[in-house]
Write a protein that binds this ligand. Structure first.
Ligand SMILES: Cc1cc2nc3c(=O)[nH]c(=O)nc-3n(C[C@H](O)[C@H](O)[C@H](O)COP(=O)(O)O)c2cc1C
Length: 323
């Protein structure tokens, strides 16, 4: 059940992907998602050196025999190494699936395809989905304004964006931004998507290395407790409304120069917040869906609940008479 072109393309059981998450998507979480029948994605930018990244890929391979992917962030400001170096490393290590994001993958598609990789490119707008299809990626993830990470400049929500992208391209579309359970999974399939990509929901799982204080905060948080910062530098990011976010917002308003903003949004301070549970240590990216997450669970239990409830929802929908 729930087989789509995505399950075929990626050779996975369920069309549910854990999008790459800087700092958090490490071997334990990624392998747990793949072992549960979805697709886990390592975040390559987490690793300062190529050797650390190589080690984490090998560790993931030792923890699962199922397919998993690696995120390739194409935005230059967010990279510890060159894009070329990471792609060569992926090829060396036999990476089969790449989740690219941040900029057009066009210059790299040919090399990755020639190495047999499947490419899923993540975009926040229909025009970028079309471009990605034109340059030859295998699937697109379309993320709505609700999402954690970078929602793009247009502020269009998933409910509008996903069916619009499905109409605009022929390759499979994955829905991202605001998904967390069976209801939203079935909603995505109804909108024409062939699977979902979740980030925030996977933070509140036992296998994620985020500090318990952050997981507990998510469980209590409301959907109104995130905000979009960094618009002034053209790279909006959804984060929780903590002290650094408020400072960054104020800087956005007065178009502060990048040099002033960078220390506030620093990845190192964000890492401290995630790993030490100090919620005000740095910016913390999470999606609006925090308002719908009511427990911390294991990845396996999460998958079981989504699939079982999704079947019940389908049965219920079948009982609704159209006349
Ligand atoms: C903590 C965190 C870090 C993220 N880091 C990345 C990243 O490095 N690269 C990327 O493409 N997406 C990143 N994302 C976005 C997710 O992969 C995914 O697209 C997004 O979380 C989906 O929206 P949702 O959070 O509403 O489920 C991150 C998300 C979170 C929560």
């Amino acid at each position: 059940m729930f087989r789509t072109r995505i399950t075929e393309l990626l050779n996975i059981k369920y069309p549910i992907i854990a999008g790459g998450m800087h700092v958090l998507s490490r071997a334990e979480l990624v392998s747990a998602v793949s072992n549960a029948g979805g697709l886990g994605v390592l975040a390559s930018t987490t690793f300062e050196t190529a050797d650390e990244l190589r080690e984490e890929i090998r560790k993931t391979q030792s923890l699962t025999s199922r397919p998993f992917g690696v995120n390739l962030n194409l935005f230059p400001m967010m990279r510890p190494r060159s894009i070329e170096e990471d792609i060569d490393l992926f090829i060396d290590e036999g990476v089969q699936i790449v989740e690219s994001s941040g900029s057009s993958p066009e210059p790299y598609v040919q090399q990755m395809k020639a190495a047999g990789m499947k490419i899923i490119h993540k975009v926040p707008a229909v025009r970028f989905a079309k471009k990605a299809e034109n340059v030859g990626v295998d699937a697109v993830t379309v993320v709505g304004f609700e999402c954690a990470g970078h929602p793009g400049m247009d502020d269009v929500t998933s409910l509008i964006l996903i069916p619009s992208a499905v109409k605009a391209v022929n390759i499979p579309v994955l829905a991202g931004g605001g998904f967390c359970d069976a209801r939203s999974f079935i909603a995505a399939l109804s909108l024409g998507a062939e699977g979902i990509v979740m980030g925030t929901r996977f933070v509140a799982t036992h296998e994620c290395i985020a500090h318990t204080k952050i997981k507990d905060w998510i469980v209590k948080a409301k959907e109104t407790e995130t905000v979009v910062i960094d618009r002034s530098i053209g790279l909006p990011m959804r984060v929780i409304k903590n002290k650094p976010a408020k400072i960054a917002l104020e800087m956005d308003r007065r178009h502060a120069p990048l040099e002033e903003l960078l220390p506030v949004i620093s990845g190192e301070l964000g890492r401290k917040a995630w790993l030490e549970g100090d919620l005000d240590a740095g910016v913390v990216s999470l999606g609006m869906v925090i308002g719908r997450i009511q427990n911390t669970t294991s990845v396996k239990e999460l998958f079981d609940s989504i699939i079982e409830e999704a079947k019940s929802i389908c049965e219920h929908l079948n009982t609704i008479k159209s006349a």
